[in-house]
Write a protein that binds this ligand. Structure first.
Ligand SMILES: [Zn+2]
Length: 119
């Protein structure tokens, strides 16, 4: 099965910090107008697996299209650590940017390319 661990993550300047319980399976890179520009590598988790430790007020947000996903990013350094959203089935989810996990070796993961641009 999968290897779920508690990972730490943060934005570049550290104003935003979080913990997430996740494995590094099923990661996606998306080519939509937003994700592709930001280079996001996303892991989707349920809200109970995600704990924001700092930075609730340090972030600002961006939404577009159907506005179902709230992309949050640090007001100081601009890094997007995660997004909050609603899955097609109506359940809440958090999309964590794997590139902001501080205890994961860069490029130790592989991500599936998803054609979000065509959705
Ligand atoms: Zn920051």
């Amino acid at each position: 099965m999968t290897d779920v661990k508690t990972h730490n993550g943060s934005c570049r300047c550290g104003a935003v910090a979080f913990e997430v319980d996740a494995d590094l399976e099923g990661l996606i890179e998306c080519n939509c107008s937003h994700c592709y520009r930001k280079g996001l590598v996303l892991k989707f988790v349920t809200p109970d697996a995600f704990r924001l430790k700092a930075g609730e007020d340090a972030q600002t947000e961006h939404t577009f299209n159907t506005h179902k996903i709230v992309h949050l990013f640090c007001k100081t350094c601009g890094v997007q650590s995660f997004a909050r959203g609603v899955a097609p089935d109506g359940s809440s989810m958090v999309a964590v940017n794997v590139r902001t996990l501080t205890d994961v070796e860069p490029w130790s993961w592989t991500a599936q390319r998803v054609d979000g641009r065509s959705f």
